[in-house]
Design a protein around this ligand. Structure first.
Ligand SMILES: Nc1nc2c(c(=O)[nH]1)N[C@H]1C(S)=C(S)[C@@H](COP(=O)(O)OP(=O)(O)OC[C@H]3O[C@@H](n4cnc5c(=O)[nH]c(N)nc54)[C@H](O)[C@@H]3O)O[C@H]1N2
Ligand SMILES: Nc1nc2c(c(=O)[nH]1)N[C@H]1C(S)=C(S)[C@@H](COP(=O)(O)OP(=O)(O)OC[C@H]3O[C@@H](n4cnc5c(=O)[nH]c(N)nc54)[C@H](O)[C@@H]3O)O[C@H]1N2
Ligand code: SF4
Ligand SMILES: [Mo]
Length: 673
């Protein structure tokens, strides 16, 4: 019998949002391929995508709900869904009675599955009335704010068009690792003669493909962008009508370029040689269209906002933003144009409490601890591995002490799940329906249920439907979640006439035939964009970044922990096709650091600071800047134990400044001899 073929979409937090075809035989997933009808991934997947047949049937997948008594003991026992719902619902109701509201109930959800129906978690909590919600984005908020400041709205060009650019400048992104399908368009551009420039403190896999690689000190891109702008202004190679007429803040910006900085300053601050600065200004000054990519890596430090605004200003003054194949790349938030009926589900009113409490996910644990009247008592964790991926894990430990019930919904017994009271097994995307809009490309695709659910796993939506039913059984009116609605009803609700027109479809059924691209004319109107140039006040603020490392002497090395090719954050590391068993953490250091500590390749070291310590094996990387330590995320002893990077401005939202971390190192055991 021929296999049945279904349309699925890889739901990972990944630039690809790859449309895929799944092949099913006897109700079993036997093969996956990329969907050739999606113009972005064009029939291809990455290695993680091709490994889905193994991921779905992985022996470690959670099969049943389980309870652990006491928390953290490892003493798990299997319970039925009915029991799990009863325990959770009774606790929710008890907390409601104790405090007179549901503010003691909260969730932490992030990026395990980005499907629109995965807003079921938020929808379920909304259905309780005022509660404690997690807002913000630890990954991209800083860049998002910077783009909004520069352009008044979001801005990210169509990635397929990068193939037609004549110059591609990537600031702080590593697509050869994090966005493999984009490399196809980059290679195509290069074949047609385009120049590729990569600006990164690390000589990455993408840098290896570049015509010009510029090594820069982390956090110093603002200065490099200003330096290039200065040269272009002084040599008259900029687009006058845009800079002088369309952009706001030109006079102050220009005055700063002329009087506020010298090229010698730029070289000192960025650590970039003069030849590279001249080289990049020659390219920006002479080649059009130029595609400028402000990467996510760029904004994981305190100066990220200013760096992005500086690069935006440079891209604007060179006149590339209005050219069809030039433009600016970051990521987009088009998903927010959909109704997002689950996310925006409105719950019942509370007689005295008008709103939910909000916690910024970028400073989750510390903010949660500070909540009083009532304190946070129940935490629901979904699509999130806090213990591996968040910062300030000491605050997380503190927070867990006050939590009376932690429920984690996941596919695996993660580092976070083992610190929970109850785990609930989640379904893979092959086991549930969903709808997906990318954040990089502009394709809309559907996700069909292709196989029966694995043992007793359930989708987050199914869990929301069943738990709210149980709550209402025990306490009528507790929740107003529309539990009767099927996944397809939610999908149809997202596809309003406006959205269908935007994506050229007449019904969801068109998505069963192929994914659809957003109408190009509706993506953005370059001509109308307002451009606000980086202001000298911001530059002064950026200046203080140079001095912000007060602990420099004490903790001399900067810790960079970017993403890895064969993982998505903490995911996939248990997949044998991708990773051969448990691996020792490899810590890359410069030969300078190796010399200082008398270290050689493969030696065991300890990396530590006042928050914690981890061990690993040395790999000397001669191309690393002097004071940089490079380590991967996740693993059995996650590096995030050493990461504690607060945004000092508590009133401003930001990404987590993961790359502002500092550490010390020593030979393994050195402290104990
Ligand atoms: N394989 C794989 N792909 C992924 C992910 C994954 O975990 N694995 N995660 C996905 C997610 S959620 C995200 S957010 C993206 C992120 O992917 P990217 O956008 O590529 O971002 P990062 O990996 O954080 O960092 C990219 C580069 O920025 C550099 N960098 C750090 N600081 C600076 C700086 O100050 N200036 C400059 N110029 N460069 C700097 C780092 O050295 C790194 O090489 O990848 C997505 N894709
Ligand atoms: N040191 C350091 N830390 C970082 C970063 C860094 O650069 N350096 N990058 C940060 C970035 S960019 C990001 S985006 C975050 C990512 O942070 P997280 O989103 O917490 O990262 P993941 O490790 O992908 O964890 C997602 C979890 O969701 C689970 N999951 C998958 N699908 C489903 C589902 O359908 N339902 C439910 N309930 N669960 C599901 C997965 O099994 C996994 O355990 O990490 C951040 N942490
Ligand atoms: S992880 Fe990213 S690149 Fe790989 S299949 Fe999924 S969406 Fe595509
Ligand atoms: Mo991210």
């Amino acid at each position: 019998m021929d296999p049945q073929i279904f349309r699925n979409t890889c739901p990972r937090n990944c630039y690809g949002t790859c449309a895929m075809l799944s092949y099913i035989e006897n109700e079993r997933l036997v093969k996956v391929t990329g969907d050739p009808d999606n113009g972005y991934n064009q029939g291809r997947l990455c290695a993680k995508g091709y490994a889905y047949t193994q991921y779905v049937y992985h022996p470690d997948r959670l099969k049943y709900p389980m309870i652990q008594k006491p928390r953290g003991s490892g003493n798990w026992s299997r319970i039925s869904w009915e029991e799990a719902y009863a325990i959770i619902a009774n606790k929710m109701i008890e907390l409601n009675h104790r405090y007179g509201s549901n503010l003691a109930l909260g969730y932490n959800k992030f990026s395990g599955n980005l499907g629109i129906l995965h807003y079921a978690t938020e929808g379920m909590f909304n259905s309780f009335g005022p509660h404690t919600k997690t807002v913000g984005n630890p990954c991209a908020q800083t860049g998002r704010i910077a783009l909004k400041h520069s352009f008044g709205e979001n801005y990210s060009s169509v990635p397929e068009n990068m193939a037609n650019a004549k110059l591609i400048v990537i600031w702080g992104s590593n697509p050869a690792v994090t966005n493999v399908h984009q490399m196809k368009f980059i290679y195509e551009a290069r074949r047609k003669g385009a120049q590729l420039v990569v600006i990164d403190p690390i000589y990455t896999e993408t840098a290896k493909k570049a015509d010009l690689y510029i090594q820069i000190k982390p956090g110093m891109d603002m200065w490099l962008a200003l330096g290039i702008a200065k040269i272009l202004y002084e040599t008259g190679r900029y687009t006058k009508d845009i800079a002088e007429e369309q952009a706001s803040g030109w006079d102050a910006y220009k005055a700063f370029l002329v009087n506020g900085l010298t090229i010698t300053d730029i070289i000192k601050r960025t650590g970039t040689p003069l030849e590279a600065i001249i080289g990049l200004s020659e390219l920006y000054g002479s080649i059009k269209p130029a595609a400028t990519w402000v990467g996510l890596g760029l904004q994981r430090n305190r100066n990220g906002n200013n760096s992005i605004e500086a690069i935006n200003s440079l891209a604007a003054m060179t006149g590339n933003l209005s050219l069809p194949d030039g433009g600016l790349y970051f990521m987009h938030f088009d998903v927010e144009q959909f109704p997002l009926a689950l996310l925006n589900h409105s719950g019942p009113d509370h007689p005295t409490i008008p709103f939910s409490r909000e916690i910024d996910i970028s400073n989750f644990s510390e903010s949660a601890i500070s909540l009083q009247n009532p304190p946070l008592k129940l935490l629901w964790i979904a699509s999130r591995n806090i213990v591996s991926q968040d910062q300030d894990l000491k605050a997380w430990e503190e927070l867990s002490k006050q939590l009376e019930l932690i429920v984690t919904v996941d596919l695996f017994l993660t580092k976070t799940a083992v610190q929970s009271d109850i785990v609930l097994p989640a379904a893979t995307h092959f086991e549930e329906e969903d709808l997906h809009v990318g954040y990089w490309h502009y394709w809309l695709s559907i996700n069909q249920k292709a196989i029966p659910t694995f043992y007793e796993a359930k989708s987050d939506l199914k869990i929301a439907r069943e738990l709210t039913t149980k709550l209402n059984e025990l306490s009528p009116g507790f929740s107003n979640f529309p539990a009767e609605k099927e996944p397809i009803d939610w999908i149809k609700e997202e596809l309003t006439p406006e959205m269908m027109e935007l994506y050229n479809i007449e019904s969801y059924k068109d998505l069963l035939v192929r994914p659809h691209h957003k109408k190009k004319s509706k993506i953005f109107l370059e001509q109308d964009k307002k451009i606000r140039l980086l202001s000298p006040e911001k530059i002064v603020e950026g200046e203080s970044y140079n001095k912000s490392f007060a602990k420099e002497k004490e903790c001399p090395y900067q810790l960079l922990t970017p993403q890895s090719l064969l993982k998505i954050h903490s995911q996939y590391e248990i997949n044998p096709w991708l990773h051969g068993g448990e691996q020792e953490m490899i810590i890359e250091i410069s030969d300078d650091i190796a010399r200082n500590h008398d270290l050689q390749d493969r030696m065991k070291i300890e990396v530590f600071n006042e928050y914690g310590m981890i061990t690993g094996r040395v790999r000397i990387n001669k191309l690393l800047p002097q004071n940089i330590v490079l380590a991967p995320q996740a693993g059995h002893d996650p590096i995030n134990q050493l990461i504690y990077v607060k945004n000092e401005n508590i009133h401003s939202e930001s990404s987590v400044f993961f790359y502002d971390s500092r550490v010390k190192i020593r030979k393994w055991g050195e402290a104990h001899v």
